[in-house]
Design a protein around this ligand. Structure first.
Ligand code: PAF
Length: 276
């Protein structure tokens, strides 16, 4: 497994891995890797001949009052897990490599970037779209794997790739969950033991709301009740909304996606589930 921190070496390694028509998959991450990330690496292996993983905690996607400095980091643990998972290349750029002095270009996304996380975290998707586009260009990957856990992010990336004619495919991977149903996230380790025990209530309430909606109950009252239950249990829900899967406009009919964000203490939990 090659560990690369400078752009010229990355370009050479990418050319080597892609020689003779071989395909390279990229898994973009911010490190603190868990079983959800490892599932993305395995999906990348299945979709391409070689897998690159980027580890870069991207300052551009954090707001001034967000948890950039407290974002979990574990370089040694990450590299060990990636070796075990059969990763071929790890791209670990410095901030100055990604955003050299004078850098002044960003990617602004409308459509699916509006509302929800886009509203709660102004500038967040500008940061995500900019860093992902740079990672795609730097690695020259043929396919990039994204978890469905960050559903809005996945739709934003798909939009950017389509709008800018970027020459790679986006491969989604279903959300990986802990045994009790909580979606895997690097931020889960910041939950206290009491909060961790409470956290699976979010996916439980989401699932029961979806069952009722699928059986014909109107979404409005069902979701209002779920928000009240979560609030009574100590969550501070930001939103619980049923939307059209790609545009994230309010759900009308057919397949839908239930999006949720709720705070437990100072940890913001995100989740989403399909209404089929
Ligand atoms: O989902 C993440 O970890 C990040 O938003 C990503 C895609 C690696 C961009 O920094």
């Amino acid at each position: 497994m090659e560990i690369i921190r400078a752009l010229p070496e990355l370009r050479q390694a990418s050319a080597r891995l892609r020689a003779g028509g071989r395909r390279l998959a990229l898994v973009p991450t911010m490190g603190a890797l868990h079983q959800g990330h490892i599932a993305l690496v395995r999906a990348g292996r299945g979709a391409a001949d070689a897998v690159a993983v980027s580890i870069f905690v991207n300052p551009l996607q954090f707001g001034p009052n967000e948890d950039l400095s407290r974002y979990p980091r574990d370089e040694a643990g990450d590299l060990r897990k990636l070796r075990e998972a059969g990763c071929d290349l790890v791209w670990m750029p410095e901030i100055a490599t990604m955003y050299p002095p004078g850098a002044a270009s960003t990617i602004e996304v409308g459509g699916p970037a509006e509302g929800f996380e886009g509203e709660a975290r102004p500038g967040h998707f500008r940061g995500v779209a900019t860093v992902c586009t740079k990672l795609f260009c730097q690695t020259q990957a043929d396919v990039a794997v994204f978890g469905e856990k960050d559903w809005q992010q996945l739709q934003v990336i798909r939009r950017v790739v389509a709008d800018l004619d970027l020459p790679l495919a986006i491969l989604p991977h279903e959300t990986v969950r802990e045994e009790d149903g909580l979606a895997c996230s690097s931020r889960n380790i910041r939950l206290t033991p009491e909060q961790r025990a409470q956290a699976p209530l979010l996916p439980q309430r989401m699932r029961s709301a979806l069952t009722r909606i699928a059986s014909g109950e109107p979404p409005g009252p069902v979701l209002t009740e779920a928000v009240s239950d979560l609030t009574a249990a100590g969550f501070a829900p930001d939103y619980l909304a049923l939307v059209e899967p790609e545009t994230l406009r309010p759900w009308q009919s057919g397949p839908g996606r239930l999006l949720a964000a709720a705070r437990l203490g100072d940890v913001r939990l995100l989740d989403n589930m399909a209404l089929d």
